[in-house]
Ligand binder design. Structure first.
Ligand code: CA
Length: 245
């Protein structure tokens, strides 16, 4: 199958300024045609690309740091994308991760949110859209202005992406941190799913299923170990965060 990601269109050889600053992108992709065209496109847009072709090397490179965003293929030799992402988060690294998947492995990719991926794209995709998505992820990964949010015994510092409860410090992913910050700022109000989706993925949308997976992963971190349910689902409407009565 030829992917749109292998059709990078005309090549002017000219660098075209992107709508946001140059990003350092780690591309972990074993399909060389796709990788080459993503690389060419992003480089012409002024970004700096580091490309590796297997999961083990990808994880090692990611852990060296200095990366703004990772574009991670799901199916990789030596270490697949899910396991790479899981190990990255286990090491406390919150760098934004966008997963690439084929249509027939979309379910696996959604499981990626449980292991800390922030967004995904299904092949084939348009290269312009890939660039827009990594720009959004990067901006969200930047520390927001507010220092610390507090609801009950739960604290969250967006600058460090660390949640704190009962003396325990818990690193969150970009998406988890963003959801938690929104819910904490509005607590105890209910946030509609549509509004959360918009805040997370902007005009590009995103699905309720993906949002639900992020919220479940967040709940497993901030609630489950403490035997309480501050993060509540309002069925069919949205979510709220509040101190239990
Ligand atoms: Ca692959």
């Amino acid at each position: 199958m030829r992917s749109q990601a292998t059709q990078s269109g005309h090549r002017t050889g000219k660098k075209i300024a992107s709508s946001f600053g140059p990003l350092k992108v780690l591309l972990v992709e074993d399909e060389r045609d796709i990788a080459g065209n993503i690389w060419d496109f992003l480089e012409r847009r002024g970004h700096v690309i580091d490309h590796v072709v297997d999961g083990e090397r990808g994880l090692a490179r990611a852990l060296e740091g200095g990366i703004d965003v990772i574009v991670l293929d799901l199916g990789l030799p030596r270490l697949d994308g899910l396991e790479l992402c899981r190990r990255l988060r286990a090491a406390g690294d919150g760098v934004p991760v966008l997963m690439l998947t084929a249509r027939d492995t979309l379910e696996d990719c959604l499981a990626g949110f449980e292991v800390g991926a922030d967004d995904y794209m299904v092949k084939p995709f348009a290269l312009h859209e890939l660039e827009a998505r990594i720009g959004v992820l990067h901006r969200r990964g930047l520390p927001p202005a507010d220092a610390q949010l507090q609801v009950g015994d739960l604290a969250y510092a967006p600058a460090t992406m660390l949640a704190r409860r009962a003396g325990q410090s818990m690193p969150l992913t970009v998406a988890q941190g963003r959801i938690l910050a929104l819910l904490m700022r509005e607590s105890p109000k209910v946030l509609r799913r549509e509004d959360l989706l918009h805040a997370l993925w902007g005009e590009e949308g995103g699905s309720f299923a993906a949002l639900h997976t992020h919220v479940s992963a967040l709940r497993a971190i901030i609630d489950r170990p403490f035997g309480s349910s501050m993060l509540q689902t309002i069925h069919g409407i949205g979510y709220r965060l509040c101190v239990e009565p």
